[in-house]
Design a protein around this ligand. Structure first.
Ligand code: S3P
Length: 432
């Protein structure tokens, strides 16, 4: 459904959300270089992760999908990938292209990475630059900063590199290249970017070490062990029903089996600081990741400031956080979030523009936004700009707006959250 009509109303009941996108991408790419067959239960089958699956297959790796939805990835070992005969199309997925750059830089073959018009605008220099320091040969538009990119696989050497931005994609690309490099690669990260890569590669026996902000990788002496994992629900998808229940009077919902890795759950901490009535239940460890159920009931919220290290732990949730802020009393400030400008869209500009159409009191900052609330939002016709997280954030805004809200170009929600509308309907959302 490319155009959604939303009417307000409370949310009640129990749901599960689709599996984690970041972990699914990694299971395909890391499984491809493992020695033997990786078994991945409950993978996310979304636009972005299917782009990664397609690329992995073009690199000569068989991925079988069983009728239960489980994947078996026939890993070829670190040096067993095959030169792709075709361009590797990463479609809309920034994670696919950036992680692949790290994986392909040290191979003994040539490859070309391409993507959609949206992806072709996104900055790749942040990955090209450190990889070139390692000896990679990467060529592309704007001196290797924009797709399409051509990679001539070459011998790499380890580097010491301080990441200028807290980015899990950049971190992962360098750590992967480090597995192919002579000597040690050490990176220093400026903030706690999601650490699924470290957790997964360590579980596969890769020589990855972590000490505070320093992470190192080097060539493994042993083949990488295949993965055997069950992927938890994606906190970034749970964020939408979570936000909706937090701000819609009379709501009370339970979301089962959500990944609550500390590097991912900044929105939960922010909601608690605002006074939300939210509990984390059935906390357990699954596949090297903390997992739990989220139970949330509506309550009145108070504005807060989110800044510094917390930003990276809720970077993908900031559009829906802006919606939450419109219902909180007083001022909510988001700063240190310049990264939002280079996501699928400039999420500072697109979030502010679209929420203003609904009457939100929100102002743009160079590195974030300021919201004054609470405001009774008004139904309006708004546009996702082709950005999945904006489409879903605006749908949540529609659930508390007076009258009807129309979200245009909403089908992109399937890039990360297939079945978004059906899941929201299960808890009573009036979306047609
Ligand atoms: C991701 C990292 C983040 C995030 C993206 C997924 C990942 O991007 O916004 O949705 O899986 O590594 P950056 O690394 O660019 O911050």
């Amino acid at each position: 459904m490319d155009q959604l009509t939303i009417k307000p109303g409370p949310l009640r009941g129990e749901i599960a959300v689709p599996s984690d996108k970041s972990i699914t991408h990694r299971s395909l790419l890391f499984g491809a270089i493992a020695h033997g067959v990786s078994r991945v239960r409950q993978p996310l089958q979304s636009g972005d992760t299917l782009a990664t699956m397609d690329v992995v297959r073009k690199l000569g790796v068989e991925v079988q999908s069983s009728y239960t939805g489980e994947w078996l990835i026939d890993g070829k070992g670190l040096f067993g990938l095959r030169e792709p005969e075709e361009i590797l199309d990463c479609v809309n997925s920034g994670t696919t292209v950036r992680l692949l750059m790290g994986l392909l830089a040290g191979q003994e073959f040539f490859s070309v990475l391409a993507g959609s018009p949206q992806l072709r605008k996104r900055p790749m220099g942040r990955v090209t630059k450190p990889l070139q320091k390692m000896g990679a040969q990467i060529f592309g538009r704007d001196d290797g900063r924009l797709l399409p990119l051509a990679i001539i696989g070459s011998p790499l050497k380890g580097i010491e590199y301080e990441l200028p931005i807290a980015s899990a994609q950049v971190k992962t690309a360098i750590l992967l290249a480090g597995l192919y490099a002579q000597g040690l690669t050490v990176i220093k990260e400026p903030g706690p970017a999601r650490d699924h890569t470290e957790r997964m590669l360590i579980s596969m026996g890769a020589p990855i070490q972590r000490k505070g902000p320093y992470i190192s990788s080097e060539q493994p002496q042993q083949p990488l062990q295949p993965l055997d994992i069950t992927i938890p629900g994606d906190f970034s998808s749970a964020a939408f029903p979570l936000a909706a229940a937090a701000i819609t009077p009379d709501s009370n919902i339970h979301i089962r089996n959500v990944g609550v890795n500390p590097t991912r759950r900044g929105l939960l901490d922010a909601l608690i600081a605002m006074g939300a009535n939210v509990n984390l239940e059935n906390w357990q460890e699954s596949g090297g990741e903390p997992v739990g159920d989220l139970h949330i009931r509506y309550s009145e919220l108070t504005g807060i400031t989110v800044e510094g290290d917390q930003i990276v732990t809720m970077i993908d949730e900031l559009p829906v956080f802006a919606v939450i802020a419109t219902q909180a009393g007083g001022e909510t400030i988001v700063k240190d979030a310049k990264e939002l400008r280079v996501k699928e869209t400039d999420r500072i500009a697109t979030t502010v523009t679209e929420l203003r159409k609904m009457g939100a009191d929100i102002e743009e900052l160079p590195d974030g936004f300021v919201v004054h609330g609470p405001t009774r939002l008004k139904g309006a016709t708004v546009w996702s700009h082709g950005d999945h997280r904006l489409a879903m954030a605006l749908t949540i805004a529609g659930l508390i707006a007076e009258g009807s809200t129309i979200v245009k170009d909403a089908a992109c929600s399937a890039d990360s959250f297939p079945g978004f509308v059906e899941t929201m309907r299960q808890i009573g959302a009036n979306i047609t």
